[in-house]
Design a protein around this ligand. Structure first.
Ligand code: ADP
Length: 271
């Protein structure tokens, strides 16, 4: 039975005491569960019509229905951007669901981090250039026992955020080091930072830091939830430090791999 316990100390003239409150949260947990299932079911249902929309818009843009005048092309491209964003949201929701139910394969093998980090950063450079942000890869040392595709997904989320929330002209730094039995990857930015009260909550589903004057940066609020699940499925930890107005540093650990002996044999499925 899920029970939430809260305690408030009472200190007064008559001595000391405390109020302890036990609350049955079974119903709340059930509602949460239903909400999750509903969102996930709807997301799966959205995939087919969404790909029809994207396909049609792409054909219109390619002139398959005849040449379109520039204002019409502009409308088509707005539609494409919206459909793309909805597609990302749907994919993220489905990933979160898969990660939380465990039906998300994590197949770990020894991976040298240097090429993994560098190639991931290379794919992020166009986005960084768009934002006028530099990405610098510092020292990278070590091999991790990990699922490369999943780690790339986690890195893309972290570096993507770092770029998104960093002003033009500033830099994002990526590095990795081996510390005993684990490797630690660091993504540091010189961006707007995260307020203290949001530090834990940024990993929660759909949580986005409220910034009144912020432009719409097109996120889903699920990237860090997915990243945290990926790291945890590897047996690693993820945490962050941040100074408001100066930048944030995200760090995560993965198990270190001994230098690859025979890669194939070393592959193993993580629970
Ligand atoms: P989103 O898709 O909105 O980026 P995430 O789960 O990746 O979702 O991040 C959640 C929120 O955490 C973001 O909307 C943003 O408010 C905050 N955040 C994440 N990374 C950074 C960062 N490097 N600098 C400042 N804020 C960040």
């Amino acid at each position: 039975l899920p029970v939430e316990i809260t305690a408030t100390p009472l200190v007064g003239d008559g001595g000391q005491g405390a109020v302890v409150c036990f609350r049955d949260v079974a119903e709340r947990a059930l509602v949460e569960e239903m909400k999750r299932h509903f969102i996930s079911a709807v997301s799966h249902e959205l995939r087919t019509p969404l790909s029809a929309i994207r396909g049609s818009l792409e054909m219109l843009a390619d002139g398959d229905a005849g040449a379109l005048p520039p204002p019409a092309l502009e409308l088509v491209s707005m539609g494409e951007r919206g459909a793309q964003r909805l597609g990302r949201l749907v994919d993220d929701i489905i990933d979160v669901e898969r990660l939380s139910t465990g039906e998300f394969d994590v197949v770990a093998r020894p991976e040298p981090l240097e090429p993994l980090l560098r190639s991931t950063v290379a794919t992020m450079r166009p986005l960084a250039e768009q934002h006028g942000v530099r990405i610098e890869v510092g020292e990278v040392a070590g091999d991790a026992l990990c699922d490369a595709d999943r780690v790339v997904q986690a890195l893309v989320n972290l570096v993507g955020n770092a770029v998104k929330f960093t002003p033009p002209g500033a830099a994002v730094h990526v590095s990795a080091e081996t510390r005993g039995a684990e490797v630690m990857v660091t993504v540091r930015d010189e961006g707007r930072g995260i307020p203290e009260e949001d530090l834990d909550r940024v990993f929660d589903r759909f949580h986005q830091v409220h910034v009144p004057e912020s432009r719409d940066l097109g996120g889903t609020g699920l990237g860090l939830t997915i990243t945290k699940s990926i790291v945890q499925r590897h047996g690693g930890k993820i945490w962050l430090t941040s100074v408001l107005g100066a930048g944030s540093t995200f760090r995560f650990t993965l198990p270190a791999a001994a230098p690859p002996a025979s890669d194939r044999d070393a592959a193993r499925r993580l629970a």
